[in-house]
Design a protein around this ligand. Structure first.
Ligand code: BDR
Ligand code: CA
Length: 327
């Protein structure tokens, strides 16, 4: 049976790859894509999600809903230095032979539905059946919980890409980007009692795609999607080389998406995690209670955290979904 999911996202290069994976996975019935401020401002994130929908044309087409433009209490922060000013590696650089844009701007209807309303409505229609996969800051989910916590508790599962548990962050020394952008929302979600599976940097940093793998995949994929894969990832690849001296891009969001499809990709540990919302230097840090003391002396775990990953298994799965003919 297909798993009904909503994907909450801030596309983002790796978000785009996660969406491709979702649309190529028969195990998932994607009911809605909800967008949020994160890698790029909300309007751009929403345009990018629409562009992806136009490119893949999934049937049936999921609802596209516009979410929060700002974190709960802070000003918005973006990651355009990593993902490009458009979030997808500056796609307007690319032209068709006749000079027209290879990626025309999608037309967004003015009256797109609101993400919180769509989430609440889908949980009402599919109680204990719907899963939410979050690939960006947790603002939309926190707002839905604030609007109707009782209803949102009927989510079957929440898979969250975010956090860094006892390992370095990626936006500050201590914090991972999605949590840092809206730490108040993350803390609210983490303390909500929802059934959370956290997919942090501990595992996502271990699953990377190198230029050779991208090229091989792209050549074997349907032409427009193969081109998109190369076009969208080249700037992020350059960024990784400049900033991290690394010739590969981490597949943060695709790994989280993969875990929602096949949990055996990771090994999880039940942990209690608190988000630091006050600290000057530690804002957005995901602090796990790893003290080696008796369990009854600690707060009970509030989520399952992926701490180990089978990177080979995931990469095989990812490549197989994007291009079944190749392997
Ligand atoms: C997360 O931050 C974003 O830049 C990526 O899309 C991913 O969701 C990784 O820290
Ligand atoms: Ca993301």
């Amino acid at each position: 049976m297909e798993k009904r999911v909503v994907i909450d996202t801030d596309p983002g290069v790796d978000d785009a790859l996660a969406l491709l994976l979702a649309f190529r996975s028969p195990e998932l019935q994607v009911e809605a894509i909800t967008t949020v401020n994160g890698n790029v401002p909300l309007e751009q994130a929403t345009k990018n999600a629409a562009l992806l929908l136009d490119l893949v044309d999934p049937q049936p087409r999921p609802i596209l809903a516009r979410g929060s433009a700002r974190p709960l209490r802070k000003g918005p922060i973006t990651a355009q230095s990593v993902h490009g000013s458009d979030g997808l590696g500056e796609l307007n650089r690319f032209k068709n032979p006749d000079g027209s844009p290879r990626y025309p701007h999608p037309q967004l209807p003015q009256n797109l539905p609101n993400a919180t309303e769509v989430l609440l409505d889908l949980v009402r229609r599919y109680p204990d059946e719907l899963s939410l996969i979050t690939l960006g800051p947790l603002t939309n989910l926190a707002e839905a919980l604030l609007a109707d916590r009782k209803r949102m508790k009927r989510l079957q599962e929440v898979v969250i890409m975010g956090g860094a548990v006892g390992v370095p962050g990626n936006i500050t020394p201590g914090a991972e980007f999605n949590i840092f952008v809206d730490p108040h929302a993350a803390q609210h979600v983490f303390q909500s009692g929802l059934p959370i599976k956290l997919v942090p940097l501990n595992v996502t940093e271990k699953v990377c795609l190198a230029p050779m793998q991208i090229e091989k995949l792209a050549q074997a994929m349907d032409k427009p999607l193969g081109k998109f894969l190369c076009d969208a990832t080249s700037k992020a690849m350059e960024h990784m080389k400049q900033v991290r001296r690394m010739a590969a891009i981490p597949l943060h969001d695709p790994v989280a998406l993969g875990v929602a499809i096949d949990p055996s990709i990771v090994k999880t540990t039940p942990l209690y995690i608190h988000v630091e919302t006050q600290g000057d230097i530690t804002e957005g840090m995901t602090l796990a209670d790893l003290r080696p003391i008796r369990d009854d002396l600690k707060k009970p775990p509030n989520m399952h955290v992926a701490l180990e990953v089978d990177a080979e298994q995931f990469l095989g799965f990812f490549q197989d979904r994007l291009c079944p003919r190749l392997w």
